[in-house]
Design a binder for this molecule. Structure first.
Ligand SMILES: [Zn+2]
Length: 289
């Protein structure tokens, strides 16, 4: 990243206001959250809660709802960043990753003169929970995503397949908002969740459809948001994954369980890619005509 940029907003679950600064970090640092001086690396082994959002904990502090910010960083190719937070939850902004994309664009990109680390899926791994499942399979290049959801009407079944590129993320996924159901609200509030959820940061459905006045941003906004969540959760592998991801009725808990299972099975092998903007050695040494 080129420079620091700050965002301010309320958390969707805790409902508290926080200021978040995304700052450049050196090659190999990964994404690290700094909460009141305590550092937590953005890694699946730090996840301590995954119901409706992904929360990281360590050094006596926690940071909730990291997934939309993580998705924007990963999808735009930011491998290293220091995220300073003066609260315990990443601001929800409009419930999508749009504001995080704008902030990263504003900060700019600084290519680092170091090879980029990647995880290649070397063998298939699958985890399941009831009717839901998630899997990673080997693929020649990039990250291919295939996500399917199945809810009661009016959301219903939705499925989307996409190759993750910065362009696809910006155009197809970044604007898709968190969603919820009106009939779940009271139960979630009792559990201390969704306390900051409102129509400005959540797409809310009742039996007939979206209650938000402006309606849907995409006809299949829900599956697009689920895919955004997948990208954010998979970013907790600590480096981009080369492979094919697929899930049916997945969620944060299954995404994190999949990373854990992949690590345990030795299914992810490290690989290094030349840094962006770096001159290939062959070209640099080629004699001029
Ligand atoms: Zn989400």
């Amino acid at each position: 990243m080129g420079r620091s940029v700050t965002l301010v907003g309320e958390g969707a679950h805790g409902g508290r206001r926080a200021s978040l600064t995304i700052a450049p970090a050196g090659a190999g640092a990964g994404v690290v959250f700094n909460v009141g001086g305590a550092e937590i690396e953005a890694h699946w082994s730090r996840v301590d809660a995954s119901k409706l959002r992904t929360r990281l904990a360590g050094s006596g502090v926690s940071v909730s709802t990291v997934e939309h910010l993580m998705a924007a960083l990963a999808a735009l190719g930011v491998d290293n960043a220091l995220v300073l937070l003066d609260g315990d939850e990443v601001p929800a902004m409009d419930g999508s990753a749009r504001d995080f994309v704008s902030a990263i664009d504003e900060a700019g990109f600084a290519p680092l003169a170091a090879p980029r680390r990647r995880w290649r899926v070397a063998k298939s791994v699958r985890v399941s929970d009831g009717a839901g499942w998630a899997e990673l399979r080997p693929a020649p290049a990039g990250l291919r995503l295939d996500v399917e959801i199945a809810f009661a009407s009016p959301v219903g079944r939705q499925r989307l397949s996409l190759d993750l590129t910065p362009e696809n993320f910006r155009r197809e996924l970044a604007g898709a908002r968190s969603f919820g159901f009106l009939h779940d609200a009271e139960r979630l509030w009792r559990e201390g969740l969704a306390l900051g959820a409102n129509l400005d940061n959540t797409l809310v459905f009742d039996a007939r459809g979206a209650v938000n006045q402006q309606g849907l941003r995409f006809a299949d906004e829900c599956v697009r948001h689920k895919m955004l969540d997948v990208i954010g959760d998979l970013a907790l592998a600590g480096a981009p994954i080369i492979g094919a991801f697929r899930s049916y009725r997945g969620g944060h808990a299954l995404n994190i369980a999949l990373l854990e299972a992949a690590a345990r099975a030795g299914a992810l092998t490290p690989e290094f890619e030349r840094a962006r903007g770096e001159i290939p050695v062959e070209a640099a040494h080629r004699p001029s005509p």
